[in-house]
Design a protein around this ligand. Structure first.
Ligand SMILES: Cc1cc2nc3c(=O)[nH]c(=O)nc-3n(C[C@H](O)[C@H](O)[C@H](O)COP(=O)(O)O)c2cc1C
Length: 368
């Protein structure tokens, strides 16, 4: 049904316009009490066996929406209504910024992929913090807040920019993510080098503790799939050393491998981050590597090319406690999160594992 609708309607629109329209519909539906109660009853995860504890938070299921869909925290309840058990908002930057000029989002339909160079278009940390502060949640959902660097801020002043965002946003975040992996802000990914990452993460940790003395807000870092394996190991070791709560693997890639011949060459040449199916293999590989290195000491979040319950299950077996997705939502529509959670529950029931927690990393432990 949705696939047909996508083909006939959304696929003929500019991808960014289609995003805004679809998101407006989701938000409208969530404002109608009967509709949202019905939708949530059908779509939200209700499987006892999927109850998950991660980052010190209780969740109904492990699957959530990755950062970038709701950059300004305007539609959290609508997304929760569709069955995403956690919603990561952002990336929010210290100051508001328009992002890159349009067109900046491209669909590679036959590859089930997207290329984006949005460039952190967002209303900035002050406005988003005010919105979160005045929010009256309808659904109890975990809200992650993903922060990044304002483009106009030079690299030497990046720490202060992240600290500003952390101070403003940590009070409203169930968890906080330092994004150093978007390919669309010049120089941002240099912050993944441990010499730069250590002081950045330490400063953000201190800022969150200052802003929220009564609660330890879990802090995670989100990394790129393009890191060399040794650099993945270095970030893992640093995370353990700093007592970080989690690592999100991965963001989009600047590589263009795994694209079919049918994607118009014109599109594959667009600069930006590639997401969706072609990212699957490398994201999974990075996740496995991280789990082999950190085991259960740090919570891992698997993202990148997750399209189905089977993909989500593979991430869990590879070490992910939580799983996220974005691109497949565009192609599969409003029943996607439900089908992932349902399929996960079925897989867990058929597996030798008593709980989801037992399954986390099982494949990696087997081969170790
Ligand atoms: C249009 C678009 C915008 C995105 N914006 C952000 C962002 O602002 N911050 C971020 O950390 N990741 C962002 N991402 C990356 C996603 O959160 C995710 O890591 C990536 O798309 C891989 O997952 P997927 O293959 O399921 O899409 C964005 C992705 C897309 C497609």
């Amino acid at each position: 049904m949705y696939t047909l609708f996508f083909r006939l309607f959304f696929s003929r629109m500019d991808p960014e316009d289609a995003h805004h329209l679809a998101f407006r519909w989701i938000r409208r539906a969530a404002r109608v009490p009967v509709l949202r109660t019905f939708a949530a009853a059908v779509l939200a995860p209700r499987h006892e066996e999927l109850r998950t504890e991660a980052l010190g938070l209780r969740m109904h299921g492990p699957f959530g929406l990755a950062a970038g869909f709701d950059k300004n925290a305007v539609g959290i309840d609508g997304l929760a209504m569709l069955g995403f058990d956690h919603v990561e908002i952002g990336t929010v930057t210290g100051e508001p910024q328009p992002g890159n000029p349009r067109r900046r989002l491209f669909r590679l339909v036959t590859d089930r992929a997207l290329i984006n160079r949005m460039g952190f278009n967002n209303e900035g940390s002050r406005a988003v913090a005010a919105r979160l502060a005045s929010r009256e949640p309808v659904f109890r959902t975990v809200v992650g807040v993903n922060i990044g660097k304002t483009k106009a801020v030079p690299e030497e002043e990046a720490v202060a920019d992240y600290v500003k965002s952390a101070e403003r946003l940590a009070p409203h975040a169930d968890y906080l993510v330092v994004n150093v992996s978007s390919p669309n802000t010049p120089g941002l990914r240099n912050l993944q080098a441990t010499e730069a990452l250590r002081p950045l993460l330490s400063a953000v940790r201190e800022a969150a503790d200052r802003a929220v003395p009564a609660r330890r807000v879990p802090l995670l870092v989100k990394i790129a799939p393009d890191l060399a394996d040794e650099d993945v190991d270095a970030v893992a070791d640093l995370a353990v050393d700093l007592g970080l709560d989690g690592i999100i693997a991965t963001n989009t890639t600047i590589a263009r491998e795994g694209l079919g011949l049918r994607s118009a060459a014109r599109l594959t040449r667009e600069t930006g981050g590639l997401s969706g199916a072609p990212l699957k293999e490398r994201s999974l590989e990075v996740l496995r590597r991280l789990y082999a290195r950190v085991g259960d000491r740090i919570t891992l979040v698997g993202v990148g090319g997750v399209e189905s319950a089977e993909d989500a299950w593979q991430r869990i077996l590879a070490g992910a406690t939580l799983v996220q997705g974005y691109s497949a939502f565009v192609y599969q529509g409003p029943f996607w999160a439900r089908s992932v959670h349902r399929g996960l529950a079925a897989r867990l029931r058929q597996s030798p594992y008593a709980t989801l927690a037992d399954a986390v990393g099982a494949d990696v432990r087997k081969t170790a």
